[in-house]
Ligand binder design. Structure first.
Ligand SMILES: *[C@@H]1O[C@H](CO)[C@@H](O)[C@H](O)[C@H]1NC(C)=O
Ligand SMILES: *[C@@H]1O[C@H](CO)[C@@H](O)[C@H](O)[C@H]1NC(C)=O
Length: 277
């Protein structure tokens, strides 16, 4: 084990929505499928300052790092001191509270493993908080949110975007710009799916990973869904893998090398998918 399966030229079933006409159609191909032995749920990805990685947290509480030379994931860190019974083949949701699972929080009522109840019950206990690393103070910026799931700073530091999974939209919290608007929250964009994480790219745009809305418009449904937003919140591109043959249940899309590659994390799958665009 340990080798990501390598597919040379598998073509994606990617459909583009008809209302998106301005950009040339991009049909990504599968570049690599980086399987994770023994764990699942590489929800979120990050590269280090040298561009090495990605790193991701998985269901047994490990943070792992992709080593391209070895063509394999290697252990990087753990999030809890006592690793007894954490790793190996068992239902990791039963041990994640003790073994750790590096993920965001979204509700004060439900633990992470019950995230689907946050949606089905209409839970609105989600909050956006600001942590000051110098003073170690935490302040609540917004509450009453419905499954706030991802955050991204944008507009050269003028605003913070927050995805609201249950409401299928992205909110914008104004930081310092537009003095009159500072501190206000407005709707950045309404989405055709339920969003998970949101990540900026080098052009000031954003990728948001989505899951299909139940009972939503089937034109916008698929097992793999993601959208690119411009800096004003307009949807400029939608990626779909309707059948989920190559990627599905995306929780995050990260751009590498000015969009040459897209990396797709998933809270459910046991692999990270790398697409060549
Ligand atoms: C990958 O693994 C090799 C062999 O252990 C090591 O020499 C190299 O530094 C690793 N690369 C990264 C980026 O960690
Ligand atoms: C580590 O966790 C296991 C399982 O919960 C427990 O039985 C054991 O006592 C713990 N060890 C220490 C040193 O806390």
């Amino acid at each position: 084990m340990g080798n990501g399966n390598f597919y040379s030229a598998a073509f994606l079933l990617i459909g583009m929505l008809t209302w998106w006409t301005q950009n040339p159609q991009r049909i990504p191909t599968l570049s690599q499928r980086l399987s994770i032995p023994g764990a699942s749920g590489p929800e979120s990805l990050a590269f280090d300052p040298a561009g090495v990685g990605p790193y991701t947290g998985v269901s047994d509480g490990r943070i792992i790092k992709w080593n391209a030379t070895l063509n394999s994931w290697v252990n990087f860190a753990v999030t809890t001191p006592n690793r007894s019974g954490c790793e190996g083949p068992h239902d990791h949701t039963q041990t994640e509270a003790r073994c750790g699972r590096p993920l965001g929080l979204s509700s004060t009522r439900f633990p992470r493993k019950d995230y689907q109840k946050v949606i089905s019950t209409g839970d609105n206990t989600g909050r956006l908080m600001e942590f000051n690393p110098k003073t170690k103070a935490v302040i609540v910026i917004a509450d009453g949110l419905m499954f706030p799931n991802g955050v991204a700073v944008g507009g050269n530091g003028d605003f913070v975007l927050i995805t609201e999974t249950t409401n299928g939209r992205v909110l914008r919290y104004w930081l310092r710009s537009r003095k009159l608007a500072a501190g206000k929250i407005d709707v950045f964009t309404e989405l055709p799916g339920n969003p998970d994480n949101i990540r900026g790219n080098k052009n000031g745009e954003f990728w948001v990973a989505m899951n299909a809305k139940s009972g939503g418009n089937s034109k916008y449904s698929g097992l793999g869904m993601a959208a690119k937003l411009d800096q004003n919140g307009k949807i400029v591109e939608v990626l779909l893998d309707k059948s989920g043959a190559v990627w599905r249940y995306a929780s995050e899309v990260d751009e590498e090398r000015k969009g040459e590659f897209l990396w797709i994390g998933s809270v459910i799958e046991s692999a990270v998918v790398k697409l060549r665009v």
